[in-house]
Write a protein that binds this ligand. Structure first.
Ligand code: GDP
Ligand code: MG
Length: 301
């Protein structure tokens, strides 16, 4: 691949922020051009700071997926918000995703508040434009640009790929000149066992109702590689707060947990390039979100 001269090469960090369901993971996966761009639990720092790397001839963009910001008073949430706020100051730019089909809601108002005083450029990405008419976009752009100034407002469809090229081009423009930050063949800096936990969490998120995921933490207890067999044995615990949540996760005749396990295992095998033997247990730990010791174990300070 032809590359620009070193002096023109650009590199830097971009945070993705948006309410749950805005399409952050979908966008990240598309930007990284592979299914498993998802990263995860970085214990000593954050619960869930997803990082992915897009390599281009002209530069390298490193994406941080900030944990969802919710306006709630739980300790967990306060920790997440702190993480997000800290992230804003470590990056070269922020992408704020909203949904074209329902852009106005209290969560977006709250995110806008947290974005006040962010030093770098903030891009507004109006996602899911495949769900609305073109005429519907203009009023959204007008409304949001009255609330703060954005470096750019870019309509995209993370699902279909519309706007991706423009987005990448505009992001590259604001990155500082600099060398590659990570090797070209690297898509994440996080260890594989945390990727495994994140893949399980993602399936829980996808297959259960909204209230379950926020009460969920996944810990990978064992990650044993048997190289001679090209097999990895993984044992994971899904922690929930209530028996009822455990019931939902296990499902009728264990079918939900089986499906979570099947999908997670398929993704793990694709990611790790080995056969995976996956064992998942569901454990009730009451109020872990309010328990300082449990939070510390999950990686919160
Ligand atoms: P996250 O919670 O912000 O990471 O959101 P996800 O990436 O998990 O997406 C939430 C849901 O929105 C999923 O069902 C996606 O398929 C869907 N979605 C994401 N982007 C688009 C889009 O551009 N168009 C449409 N129609 N759906 C999308
Ligand atoms: Mg996500």
């Amino acid at each position: 691949m032809a590359e620009n001269t070193d002096s023109e090469f650009k590199s830097g960090f971009i945070a993705l922020i948006g309410r749950p369901n805005a399409g952050k993971s979908t966008l990240l996966n598309r930007l990284l051009g592979q299914k498993l761009a998802i990263i995860s639990n970085k214990p000593q720092t954050t619960r869930n700071r997803i990082l992915g790397i897009r390599n281009l001839p002209a530069g390298q963009i490193v994406f941080l997926d900030t944990p969802g910001i919710h306006h709630s008073q739980s300790r967990l949430n306060q920790a997440l918000v702190k993480t997000a706020l800290a992230t804003y100051h470590e990056v070269d730019g922020v992408c704020f995703l909203i949904e074209a089909d329902h852009p106005d809601n209290p969560e977006n108002d709250f995110i806008l508040e947290t974005l006040q005083g962010v030093p770098g450029p903030v891009f507004l990405l109006i996602n899911k434009i495949d769900l609305v008419s073109k005429e519907g976009l203009l009023p959204i752009m007008e409304r949001f640009s009255r609330r703060r100034s954005f470096a750019q407002i870019i309509p995209v469809s993370a699902l279909k790929g519309d706007g991706e090229e423009i987005l990448v081009r505009e992001l590259l423009k604001i990155l500082p000149e600099g060398p590659r930050l990570f090797p070209e063949d690297m898509i994440t800096d996080l260890p594989e066992r945390f990727l495994a936990a994140e893949l399980i969490r993602e399936k829980v998120f996808r297959l259960t109702r909204q209230e379950i995921p926020y009460a969920t933490a996944v810990e990978v207890e064992e990650f044993k590689e048997r190289e001679e067999k090209n097999l990895i044995a993984i044992k994971a615990i899904i922690q929930v707060e209530r028996e009822s949540q455990k019931g939902v996760l296990i499902g009728k005749k264990g079918l939900m947990l089986k499906e979570i396990g099947r999908l997670a295992r398929e993704d793990m095998e694709a990611l790790l390039g080995a056969k995976v033997f996956l064992e998942i247990w569901v454990k009730v730990e009451k109020n872990w979100r309010e328990d300082p010791r449990a939070l510390r174990r999950m990686g919160f300070q």
